[in-house]
Design a protein around this ligand. Sequence first.
Ligand SMILES: Cc1cc2nc3c(=O)[nH]c(=O)nc-3n(C[C@H](O)[C@H](O)[C@H](O)COP(=O)(O)OP(=O)(O)OC[C@H]3O[C@@H](n4cnc5c(N)ncnc54)[C@H](O)[C@@H]3O)c2cc1C
Length: 416
Amino acid sequence: MGPVYPGVMRVIVVGGGAAGMVAAWRAASKGHRVTLLEANGRLGVKLRISGGGKCNVTHAGPLKEVLACFSPEQARFLRPAMHRFGNDEVVEWLRREGVETYIRDNGRVFPLDRPGSAAAVVAAFESVMARAGVEVRTGARVTGLEGRSPKLTGLRLGEERLVADLFILATGGASFPETGTRGEMLAWLRELGLPMRPWFPALAPIPLARPRPAWEGVAWRDGELQLLAGRGGKRLARFKGDLVFTKVGISGPAALELSQAAESARMSGLAHLVYAHDLRPFEAVEAEALADARAQPHLSVVRWIQRWIPERCAETLAREAGLGEGHRLKDLPKEARRALVTALVASDLGAPSAVPLTKGEVAAGGLKLEAVDPHTMAVGGFENLRVCGELLDVDGPVGGYNLQAAFSTGFVAGDL
Ligand SMILES: Cc1cc2nc3c(=O)[nH]c(=O)nc-3n(C[C@H](O)[C@H](O)[C@H](O)COP(=O)(O)OP(=O)(O)OC[C@H]3O[C@@H](n4cnc5c(N)ncnc54)[C@H](O)[C@@H]3O)c2cc1C
């Protein structure tokens, strides 16, 4: 258990994003004097752009299933906080504040579709914080921490120095720095002797060593992106889902989900990406090719692979397999047919280039979980320091999991 705090405290929360706003509201509603410091000119800037401006606030379903989408260590850490303020509580809380939500087929929970629905979520926070008496200071970028274990003695805000009984740090990660998250807190916490995992890209588009700018905007659907330990190597990771070509590489759900693993593999020198348009074994797809060639003698190769691959790519891929527009499926020699089937079960995307930290929906890394009490978010070795949100070494997949983690950890951090 973390330290026990007596009486009404003066609390400073740093960072007015998802986690910081919940922490500030919760602490103030328990009667503490709370100031929320936010570097930007307004609160919740990242929340406002989340889910493409629609804000996928959480994920529906039993908490066990929500937790299972995090790594086992992160799930163990998040369990107590999610049981206090989980997906049902978030939805119910929003409803009480006038923000109705709905669940999409894939379990993602969004506010009802209205223009600016993400802004409505931020407005709900602003309203509860105002009612609870939180003092909000925007345009207030903290520039340093003072003190050392066992006590933080103050915060620097340029020339100004602020003191409090308790400090809650909720400064987020290091992606999308234009939203205010520059990641500087990581170095400051390390200077305090705390164990930090360096920021690492996650849920980001993957640039390719050999991009396909001509295919920009084209989507490959209903297949599986696979990460291999080098060309033809062991499969390291896989994700079923769509991808979209960009000028420099690939984006879309499958690319985002594999980006962290792709960057790790790239750094170790062995990374190769393929997309399985057809998830059946090679032999089954080849048997279909032979059957179709017999049944439709005039069927061209390019037409045939368009069943799986968009027109804009089909010709190029056929050409790369050594085949032209005029080739008919039935005339293919064995080697050419096998090259074609390979393009369907493992379309070669080549090696990834460095995945940019700044483009991720989250940044992996942050304060290592072993240093934090999962029931209170109190930082070990300090009697007046708590940390919540993405600044913790927590990163979930796309689907509302990251905001849920921020809300849950923010709630217990502010539950004083
Ligand atoms: C484009 C995009 C879309 C996303 N969509 C979704 C989604 O739909 N669903 C989902 O679950 N997750 C989504 N995420 C992830 C989610 O937004 C984050 O995981 C979540 O906002 C983290 O909450 P947080 O409070 O920890 O950090 P943030 O929301 O990033 O808030 C941190 C705040 O701290 C402030 N700050 C930083 N440093 C200082 C300082 N030194 N002094 C004062 N203030 C400081 C920042 O300005 C910022 O406002 C998305 C992320 C991005 C980038």
